[in-house]
Design a protein around this ligand. Sequence first.
Ligand code: GCW
Length: 721
Amino acid sequence: MRKQFRVFGLLAFVWMFTWANHCFADDGYKLWLSYAKISDRAFAAQYNQQLKQIYFAEGIGSNNVARIELMKGVAAMLQLTPQVTKPGDAGLLIGTQKTLPASVIKTLPAVTHDEGYVIKTITTNNHKQVVIAGKTQTGVLYGVFNFLRLLQTQQPISTLNINEYPRLERRVLNHWDNLNRTVERGYAGASIWNWHKLPGYIEQQYIDYARANASIGINGTVLNNVNANALMLSPEYLVKVKALADAFRPYGIRVYLSVKFSSPIEVGKLKTADPLNSEVRQWWKDKVDEIYKYVPDFGGFLVKANSEGQPGPQAYGRNHADGANMMAEALAPHNGIVMWRAFVYDSNPLNDRAKQAYDEFKPLDGKFADNVIVQVKNGAIDFQPREPFHPLFGAMKKTPLMMEFQITQEYTGFSTHLFYEGPLFKEVLGADTYAEGKGTTVAKVIEKKPHSKAVTGIAGVSNIGTDRNWCGHPFAQSNWYAFGRMAWNPEQSSAQIADDWLRMTFTNNKSFVQPMVQQMLQSRENTVNYMTPLGLHHIMGINTHYGPGPWVNKAERPDWTSVHYHKADSLGIGFDRSSTGSKATSQYAPQVQQMFDNPATCPDSNLLWFHHVSWTYKMRSGKTLWFELVHHYYEGVDSVRRLQTVWNGMQGKVDQEQFNSVKQLIAIQLQEAIRWRDACVLYFQTFSKQPIPAGYEKPAHPLSYYRDQQFHFAPGIGGNI
Ligand code: GCW
């Protein structure tokens, strides 16, 4: 009997232990806001001391989201419930410039930007106080999140003097979410918008989404796919949009919608959507007035027109400015804006699709209404692992331009590859357009207002879905995070952002953070190497965009094939966009044009983007192009192996569930990297007729094996639903 009890007791213990482990395991849902308890007592002491008493100025009541967040973070990290007190006693004071005591305000620099804030350590009557002061409540919220970040990343508190403001006004996520909850190019489950249960049911995930966005300064969200469904503008859906807008408002987040250009026909039952037709114009005005009744601070429209089969003004002989201005006229009385996309290639397949956006938009420079901003993808083809910066950034001096990055990893390994996008964002934002002389970086172009009423902004195509960890891959969260941080200030370094993110998400343990920052920084180049080195692009599997497909030679349009882009033949490989080819280089300022135009000055990383180069061409390294190409493909795979070794050494330093998740994903990434490498090297070898050099491992299968592989139901296909 006794023995039985003992066995039972032991089993119960084991069960409880497993259960406890399970409960406390980190499944990634908390993102970078995990607020883990600070174990370094000496460090925690200074915060504990300072945060015993907090003063919240008028307007920051117990329902205020900044206050709730602060109390939650402090309780979790410091195990402390601060006392709410009078200004004089407080170690921490929080309020706006108008609501904090004048004696405190006079010690602070003025906050001029609406979303700006200061965090400053001051000394009052011999005791130290920390003040968080915003110009508005949104500024206060951003200040609180910054303060929590200091605590999460274990920064000292004794001499704070932070003065922050966003460099770009509209920092927006673009969801390519369809109404049936599929997500175009989404790799993290279904759409988080549960349209069926809205407006009645507000999921906790909506609130956590808003918190996460506010914590990195994102202040807008376009809820639906740019391949838009006209139903979105029907009262049935607008009431749901209102429910989401109401949930996001306390977090400083505005809602925008993608609209279908032909909505007047589909929803309004008109015969035309011609932007110069007066009935059509009136329909848009009425529709916009109706939207503002639901959502008084509605942000505006995002439009994909005359692109990939989407309707647009060109069907009526009108141009993009005619289309955009019609919507702008309807939105202007409400201070709404139009984000009109420059990702266009519809009409006739041109010899070089990379040129089409410039050709269509450059002549319209200065013709857009004040509240229109043209949204330009970072490169001229389509979110490839590397593209030279889009020539429009140096070409539209009178038109505000908005950057569009793709956070979701359509072309960079879906949600199985560890690909930190910070360096990609940085490379584009830091590229010199020479538009107004040396130093006119893309960041400066988008930050500048070409006219006094211009709006500035940046968009990121979201990688968020219903997966428990939001983004599919634990490290994919870093891309959402980095997008927000860089949207706030493009000058920040990718390394610093990665460092903060790792600390906030996993641990402050240096032996984890330092090597993983290096791996994150390297990860982008790894993928470029095993997918599309030296300026290769658009050689992925057709439609799904999954895996390698350099052999794709048949599609509805020539510019959806791979052979159109790599142009490999017996002489060499690459797309000649120089002055001897498609002349796409002429769309850049003369300094940039000259650099790209000449293979001797064109960086290796973009060589095959701009030039058709002979297999025996001598590269800077001294190797021939063929060997250089092979070397990059192999280096790509080797670097993933190094990543694997580093990660395997992290067991025990991070949560076990997170560790296992990343470990499994890296194993998949490695397999896929090898497939990319072997498929591409074997395929290009049929043209170069040269060997894979000795010392490199031989591909495991013949080329036909890779060509014949099929992948059913790869995620991310969608559109117009
Ligand atoms: O990258 C391509 C994608 C399409 C997408 C399009 C766009 C939303 O393959 O799925 O459609 O770009 O940006 O409009």
